[in-house]
Design a binder for this molecule. Structure first.
Ligand SMILES: [Zn+2]
Length: 313
């Protein structure tokens, strides 16, 4: 694996980070500078005339249309009772920690009052990990499927050994192959089955047309339109020899699930997969990871507890 951080992108230490963001106001000033580098611009009418309200924190009012805009509008932090500085610290920890963390660990690190607050914070940050406009994978792309054992609420991992589907979730993954036999970006998704339309749908959503797909000899991929395709007949050859990178991705992801969460929970598996994908794809860029997490420049509807429950697998 390449070094996790190249020197230009090395993340600040916790000490440097807290010195840079000592207060909620410092965080708001950072958001404001990122959002409006050339001064306020109204997202409603585009006017550049406006003023900062004295009575409402970190909020601007447009001179022309009267619309009020908070520096947190469109970010995961909007409308939250959790202080901005806590959000920033959580985003920093998630962006720097190579393994991420559980809600319990975050609660302890940030000295949060309740487990639920820590849990919600993490889930909202996970939602911010998927950019709505992210570009599809391209070039040569390995695609394969795997199953993940899961556990229910407080039980140990269900599913047991062998090929039983009970207590296991089907997952499909893809990884770009870069020059020099290096892995590029990845995608992972929970899927209901391994049938043709499901697997082809995943490829179409996640890989640019015209790219070349490498799969095993699973017939479900046959007939993909708009892609080059090389099915490899694996036969007696171990799959990880012919498809080394996607198998490494799967192996790392499963080890991560066991290490950090003591086994994935079935309901939120897609959210965990998103976190894994996010971390992998930004493993060498602290800045892009941190900015993505605090939601800079990207309009994303704030999520409530109900939204997060509703998008659970
Ligand atoms: Zn306006």
């Amino acid at each position: 694996m390449p070094a996790r951080w190249n020197t230009d992108n090395r993340p600040p230490s916790l000490t440097e980070f807290t010195a840079r963001f000592p207060t909620d106001d410092a965080c708001a000033a950072y958001l404001e500078a990122c959002r409006w580098p050339d001064g306020f611009a109204c997202p409603g009418c585009g006017s550049c005339r406006g003023w900062k309200l004295q009575t409402k924190r970190w909020t601007w009012e447009c001179h022309d249309c009267g619309r009020q805009t908070s520096v947190t509008a469109g970010t995961v932090m909007h409308g939250s009772k959790v202080p901005l500085r806590t959000w920033f610290l959580a985003a920093h920890l998630l962006a720097t920690h190579s393994n991420g963390m559980s809600a319990l660990q975050l609660q302890a690190k940030l000295n949060l009052g309740s487990y639920k607050t820590a849990w919600l914070l993490l889930h909202k940050l996970r939602r911010a990990m998927v950019a709505p406009d992210r570009t599809p994978l391209s070039g040569d792309v390995e695609v394969d499927e795997t199953t993940i054992p899961y556990r229910t609420k407080d039980e140990p991992i269900a599913g047991g050994q062998g090929r039983s589907q009970i207590g296991k979730i089907a997952v499909i993954g893809a990884v770009e192959l870069l020059e020099g036999n290096r892995p590029g970006r990845i995608r992972l998704e929970v899927v209901p089955d391994y049938k043709g339309p499901t697997l082809k749908g995943f490829v179409e959503r996640n890989v640019r047309r015209g790219s070349h797909i490498w799969t095993d000899d699973n017939k479900s991929y046959y007939g993909l339109q708009g892609y080059g395709h090389t099915p490899r007949v694996i036969g007696k050859m171990a799959a990880h020899v012919l498809m080394p990178w996607i198998h490494r991705v799967f192996a790392n992801m499963k080890r991560w699930g066991l290490g950090v969460f003591h086994g994935f929970r079935d309901k939120y598996l897609n959210a965990y997969l998103n976190e894994f994908v996010f971390r992998w794809n930004r493993r060498q860029s602290y800045r892009s990871a941190f900015e993505r997490l605090v939601g800079i420049g990207i309009a994303m509807a704030p999520a409530t507890y109900a939204d997060i429950r509703a998008t659970a697998v």
